[in-house]
Structure formats: structure tokens, C-alpha cells
Ligand binder design. Structure first.
Ligand code: GLN
Ligand code: ZN
Length: 749
């Protein structure tokens, strides 16, 4: 490594454009990519058709960004499935078992008949899922730059110069738990820089969001080594290292000490650094890529003005991948709310307007152009005032706690009279195409609400009968009335709005339509009681009431930013508590409050985690605190790394916790012995169409019984059954019941 950053480009490179975005949605304004993918996967179209659909979407994006006046256009932000998977392919990290598949890329993404896909997990603290790079002794890194180079050429043919975006080497290796392979991987990045320079590319963006987390001295040394080495490449584009989702903290001085020319800062989550930017260009993320609110021009211009850098570029805090395309379709939204919103297109317009205002030297309190002339933006920034710490927090209001667990457990045992190893499911049963069509028909006015409700009732009856036939102990109604476990509640609570076309990519072709939590939350009327009582009226076994927990509702929505997140979650908790009380009053003896997103909101920095877990747990307890001793409260969580927050899960104080386990090889059982109440580690991996045999289930149950006392073990699948078929579900659950009966018989002797 050279002692000094010496290499200078042969000719001065063009200045970094004044405005840009770190990335853009890619699923298509009408989810065109979803349709193209699903058509290709089902064999209705060819790979060439799919590639053409991708090219059309890229062209549309570049044209739109240019039309909106954005100066710096990114490329290689498009992906057919996932940008981390694209990076693995770029670097040659394709495990050998996929190489002979007809389409290795989608084999890694989705698996084939004989091959499981790569592991998938959430991208930092977002709800986007990426494929985890699999790097082991067999991995031979080898550059294949065809995708980024192809996109540069494609854009150029349309008349656009672009900045290719690639996941940076440190983040890529940290995601693949293989930082020890840095040397090899840097060889590929060096080669990539050379290839891009030869193509005449002026700037490249290397995304390093992992640098906003806690990094060890060794990891920081890797950051330094990586960017000194890449900076020393003789012929290369300008290096722009971007960060997102928080402050760079101790990574900033390290990065600033390397020869990279530009550093990207998240100035929405993070703050303006007081010093240490050296002579770098700062790409200032003042427009949030994580929420749907309009940017306060006063705040943004103040941040831009406070940056001490050689040049300030206006940008987004992260890729706009996490927000929907455009507000243009949202004509149903109430005008006052609509005026406060910005989706991707509107955010690009903000970036452009702010860059313009900043260039004109607009003072922090000025209102740039027509953009700020909009009344909803009128200079004052309500969020600033409301965030002040002296605002009384509803979190401090006391709630009555439930009785100690032994008291509750005794009351419930007497009331419910369940056998040992009670069997149950997580809530949803297969969602049929007919029900989805019926919901669409209600929305378009071709099916009456009464007819729709009769169909839901018929489906509930079917679900109850199936469970009775199978011999399950605690039944569910199957959730047929719910389009989605969060959206359904959002539609029935005040303070939320739902969009028509606000789709956001979750993974691959999967999109969600997060509701917008914009006002104070309350529950005008009972939401689930009607269906719960109907289901119970059909059955003699207990039927669980089924609710989504406050953290999950908030995590999977776009949330107002004028209140601390904690207070918003507590408002939702109070609404759920009303529902718990009403369910109980209507005779429901078991109520499940799901919190599958508890882990997702965990702050990236360890220093902030304890505080989060404390209020998140408090919110859950608040939501369930209305239940009497005889009412059994269940919760459900699903992620393989639950062991990391097991103490918090225990703190929820639910009487029974069902949790994903089968999918991750029952790893969690190693950590649950201290768990004080009922626990159902999943014995059936619902993510796969495979039907587990009774022997397999019995062996998993046997392991649970070695880790936990028998009176605390529940028997259930890993998660809801919504995405499976009835055929798979009935066969699997029959085996679950068989295995349970065998074990009960052994216990009895
Ligand atoms: N009750 C929900 C269901 O069964 C839980 C889903 C989830 O954990 N994501 O579908
Ligand atoms: Zn689940």
C-alpha cells in the first residue's frame, strides 16, 4: 500500500452534480416488475422478455429523474431481485451448487425443487429483505462487471451519463460475515474501478450503510485499508462512499482520512458533523428516504449551510427504494394530509429545489420557490416544537399490571382445561384467490358488503371444521377478513390513512402497501370482535382472538415524525388494549397479540437498544394489561435470531409465546431454558411447501421437552399458514397432531 494517496486522475474529473438521489424504486410505478417476474417464473414468458421489461423500467426512471431536474443520475440501482444478490454475482460469490441451475440467479433468490435459496434477512432497520451472501472456503472471488457496465452503456445510449451504485466492500463482507476476505474482494473492486474508468465513468457510489453501526477497531482498520487501496487505483472514477440509517460516528474520521473524494451523510437520522470532513465533497442526505413526509426547507437549508465541506451536494438520506413512486395516484387522500406528503417523485423535486435554493445562498429561514409556497410548508416547522423534551409523554401514564404469572396460570388451567402439549396454529389459514377477488369486488362496488361478509363467514366455518377434524386443541378463525395483518387494523383505527398505489418492495416481487399513521390513534369501534364471536359460536374448543401488536403496527407503517416514536407506539397500544377488553367481554378466553416486528425496530447502535426494548416491552404490556387472570394472552414472534432479544421477549410477560424455530434448526432451544412461561417453539417450517413427517415433528418436540418442563411446552407451526395451500397445511398439521399424541402417550406411562 502506498504511504500517501498519490494517484491523481490524468484529466480533472467532472464536478459532482449538485443534486442526486442514492437510489430509486425499481418495482415499477404499476408494479410492472412484479408481473414480469411472476410471468417468467411461471414459464409464461422468456428471460429475454423479463430483461426487456427491466430495460423499460430503467429507461423510464432515468427519463423521469431527468425531467424532474435531477442533476446526478444513478445507475445499477435497478435489480431483478435484490441489489445484495447482484453484488454477490458481481464479485463471483455464487455457491457452486447453484451454478448448474437453469437460472442460477433466481435459483439463489428463490431456490429450485432440489435447492434451498440463500438465507434472507432484513436490510438494517428497514422492512426490505436482502439475500445474505454465502462466503466460505469454496468462494473464489472473480469480477463480472457486466451489469453495472451494461447499465452505464444503456443510459448513455439514451443520452444520460450516470453514476453506478454498488454495495461497498466492507458492508458486503460484513453482511456475509467474511471481513477476513477483504484482500481478495478489493482485487475485484480495483478491477471494477479500472473497467468503469475505461468506460469514461466519472463517479462511482459505494454504499457502506454498515458503517453507521458500532464497529470494532479491527473493522475500522478494514475501512481504512479498503479505501486507501481503492483510492490508490491509478485510473479510476471519483469515489463516493455513501452511508445511510444513522451517523457515521467513529467511521467518519476514518473515511475522511482516506483518498475518497465524496462522503454521503444521512442528515435526517444523523446530525451535521462539527469537524473532520477535511476537503471532502459532502453528499448531504437532507431529504428522508425512509418516510413519506415533506421536507422542512428551513431545517434542510440550515443543515446544508452548516456543513463545512469543499462542496455540498443535495441528496436523500438513503435510497428511495423504501418509499412509493408517486403521490399522483393518491387522489383519495384527504387534501390536508396529501399536502404534507412526499413520495419518491416528490422527494426528487425537493432535492432539486433545495439544491437550487442552496446554490442561491438562500438563508435557512427562506422558502425556496413555489415548493415552499405551499401552505403546508409555511416556514414554521411543527416537528421542531413538538419534539422538545418538556412535552409530557403518555409513556409515563401508569397502567395496571396483570397478576403474577403463577396466579394467572392457575386461573387459566382451571378455566381452559387443556391437555398437556396443547396444539395450536399461529392465526392465518391459506388465503384463497376467491377471497382476494371478493375484496377487490367490494372495493369496485360489484359485491355488496353483506355478501362479502357471508363469504368470510363461510371461510371461517371451513377453517374451524378443518381444525376440528384434525383434532387441534386451541383453534383460530383463520384471518380470512384480513388483507394484511397491519393494514387491516390501520383501516379500522383513526389516525391512519391507506393508499391506493403506495407499494414498496419488501423482497423480490413482494410488495407491501404500508399505511400512513398521520394523526392521534384511537379505536372508534371494536374491530375483530364480530369475527371472533362468530368463530367461537361454531366451536366447542377455545378459539383464539387475534390481534397485531403496537410495535408491529407502527413498524410496518409510515409514521408521523412530530412525536417520539415511543409515544406513537403507546397510542396504538391503548387502541389495542380497548380491543383486548372487548374481546374478553365477548367471551374470548385466549387472545393472541402478535409482535413479529419487535426485533426489526431495534436500534443499530447498541447504546440505544436498551431504551428501545424497555419502551417496546412496556407498550406490549400496556396493550395486554386489560386482560383478567383467566384470559390467556399469547404472543407470536418469527425471526431466527430471537435468541438475541430473548430477555425482552420474556419481558412481554405473555402467558404463551409461539416462536419460529423449525426453520432455523431449533437453534433457539439452546437459549430458552430461562424462559418462565408457556413456549411453543415451531415444529413445522411453513416457509417451505414440504410436509414434515410425524417422526420429524416428534423429534423436534422431543428436543423442546429436553429444554423446557413439559407443562410449559406448546405445539405449533413456525408462523401463519397464509401463504401455503390447504393440501400442504392439512397434511402437515395431521402429522403435528399424530406426533403430539404419541408423545402424550409416552408421557402418560
Ligand atoms: N397471526 C399472523 C398470521 O398467522 C401472524 C403473522 C406473522 O407472524 N407475520 O398470519
Ligand atoms: Zn410469524
Amino acid at each position: 500500500m502506498p504511504p500517501f494517496p498519490t494517484a491523481l486522475p490524468a484529466s480533472p474529473r467532472p464536478a459532482f452534480p449538485a443534486s442526486t438521489v442514492l437510489g430509486y424504486p425499481r418495482i415499477g410505478p404499476r408494479r410492472e416488475l412484479k408481473r414480469a417476474l411472476e410471468s417468467y417464473w411461471s414459464g409464461r414468458s422468456t428471460r429475454a422478455d423479463l430483461d426487456q421489461a427491466g430495460a423499460r423500467l430503467r429507461e423510464q426512471t432515468w427519463r423521469r429523474l431527468a425531467e424532474l431536474g435531477l442533476a446526478g443520475l444513478p445507475s445499477n440501482t435497478f435489480s431483478l431481485y435484490d441489489h445484495v444478490l447482484d453484488t454477490a454475482v458481481l464479485l463471483g460469490a455464487v455457491p457452486s451448487r447453484y451454478r448448474d441451475a437453469p437460472d442460477p440467479y433466481f435459483a439463489m433468490a428463490r431456490g429450485t425443487d432440489g435447492l434451498a435459496p440463500l438465507r434472507m434477512t432484513k436490510w438494517f432497520d428497514t422492512n426490505y429483505h436482502y439475500l445474505v451472501p454465502e462466503i466460505d472456503a469454496d468462494t473464489v472471488f472473480k469480477l463480472d462487471a457486466s451489469k453495472p457496465l451494461g447499465e452505464v452503456r444503456e443510459a448513455r445510449a439514451l443520452g444520460f451519463e450516470t453514476r453506478p451504485v454498488v454495495v461497498g466492500p466492507v458492508t458486503f463482507l460484513l453482511l456475509g460475515s467474511a471481513l477476513d476476505r477483504l484482500d481478495e474482494v478489493l482485487g475485484c473492486y480495483e478491477e471494477l474501478l479500472g473497467a468503469l474508468a475505461a468506460e469514461g465513468v466519472a463517479w462511482v457510489q459505494l454504499d457502506e450503510p454498515a458503517l453507521v453501526g458500532d464497529r470494532t477497531a479491527e473493522e475500522l482498520a478494514a475501512v481504512r485499508a479498503a479505501y486507501e487501496r481503492l483510492g490508490a487505483v491509478a485510473e479510476r472514477p471519483g469515489l463516493f462512499v455513501s452511508s445511510s440509517f444513522g451517523d457515521l460516528g467513529e467511521s467518519l474520521p476514518v473515511l475522511a482520512g482516506t483518498p475518497v473524494e465524496a462522503i454521503g451523510l444521512d442528515l435526517v437520522r444523523g446530525s451535521v458533523p462539527v469537524a473532520g470532513l477535511g476537503g471532502k465533497i459532502v453528499v448531504a442526505g437532507v431529504v428522508s428516504g425512509r418516510d413519506v413526509w415533506r421536507t422542512s426547507p428551513g431545517r434542510a437549508l440550515a443543515a446544508l449551510g452548516a456543513l463545512r465541506a469543499s462542496r455540498v451536494v443535495v441528496s436523500t438520506s438513503c435510497s428511495l427504494l423504501h418509499v412509493p413512486y408517486s403521490l399522483a395516484d393518491e387522489t383519495d387522500l384527504e387534501a390536508g394530509l396529501r399536502g404534507r406528503l412526499a413520495f419518491a417523485e416528490e422527494k426528487v423535486a425537493e432535492v432539486v429545489a433545495l439544491a437550487d435554493a442552496h446554490a442561491r445562498g438562500a438563508a435557512a429561514d427562506a422558502h425556496p420557490g413555489d415548493w415552499a409556497a405551499d401552505a403546508s410548508l409555511a416556514g414554521d416547522d411543527p416537528s421542531v416544537a413538538l419534539l422538545a423534551d418538556d412535552r409530557p409523554s403518555i409513556a409515563l401514564l401508569p397502567v395496571e399490571e396483570r397478576s403474577p404469572y403463577p396466579v394467572r396460570a392457575a386461573a387459566q388451567a382451571g378455566h381452559l382445561r387443556l391437555p398437556p402439549l396443547p396444539t395450536t396454529t399461529i392465526g392465518s389459514f391459506p388465503q384463497t384467490g376467491e377471497l382476494r377477488a371478493a375484496r377487490a369486488a367490494v372495493a369496485s362496488g360489484t359485491l355488496s358488503q353483506a355478501d362479502y361478509e357471508r363469504r368470510v363467514e363461510a371461510e371461517i366455518e371451513r377453517v374451524i371444521r378443518v381444525q376440528e377434524r384434525l383434532g387441534l386443541d386451541v383453534l383460530v378463525h383463520g384471518e380470512p377478513e384480513r388483507n394484511d395483518m397491519v393494514q387491516y387494523f390501520a383501516e379500522h383505527l383513526d389516525g391512519f390513512a391507506v393508499t391506493r398505489n403506495g407499494w414498496v418492495q419488501s423482497y423480490g416481487s413482494r410488495c407491501t402497501r404500508p399505511p400512513i399513521l398521520h394523526g392521534d390513534v384511537s379505536r372508534p369501534a371494536p374491530i375483530t370482535v364480530r369475527w371472533a364471536t362468530y368463530a367461537q359460536s361454531l366451536a366447542t374448543q377455545p378459539v383464539k382472538g387475534m390481534l397485531t401488536g403496537p410495535v408491529t403496527i407502527v413498524a410496518w407503517s409510515f409514521v408521523r415524525d412530530d412525536l417520539p416514536l415511543r409515544d406513537v407506539v403507546f397510542q396504538v397500544a391503548d387502541a389495542i388494549r380497548d380491543e383486548v377488553r372487548d374481546l374478553e367481554a365477548a367471551g374470548t378466553s385466549i387472545i393472541q397479540v402478535d409482535e413479529p416486528a419487535l426485533r426489526e425496530l431495534l436500534p443499530l447502535r447498541r447504546a440505544a437498544q436498551a431504551d428501545y426494548l424497555e419502551w417496546a416491552v412496556a407498550a406490549y404490556r400496556r396493550a395486554t394489561s386489560g386482560a383478567g387472570d383467566r384470559t390467556q394472552i399469547h404472543t407470536h414472534l418469527c425471526y431466527s435470531d430471537a435468541d438475541q432479544i430473548l430477555a425482552a421477549i420474556d419481558g412481554l410477560d405473555a402467558d404463551v409465546t409461539t416462536i419460529e424455530s423449525a426453520r432455523s434448526g431449533a437453534r433457539i432451544l439452546g437459549a430458552v431454558s430461562a424462559f418462565g412461561r408457556g413456549l411453543g417453539p415451531g415444529v413445522y417450517d411453513i416457509h417451505s411447501p414440504r410436509v414434515p413427517s410425524a417422526d420429524e415433528v416428534e423429534s423436534l418436540l422431543g428436543r423442546a421437552l429436553r429444554a423446557l418442563p413439559v407443562e410449559r411446552v406448546w405445539v405449533n407451526p413456525d408462523c401463519g399458514l397464509k401463504t401455503r395451500t390447504y393440501e400442504e397445511v392439512e397434511a402437515s398439521l395431521a402429522n403435528v397432531v399424530t406426533a403430539t399424541r404419541r408423545l402424550r402417550a409416552t408421557l402418560a406411562t
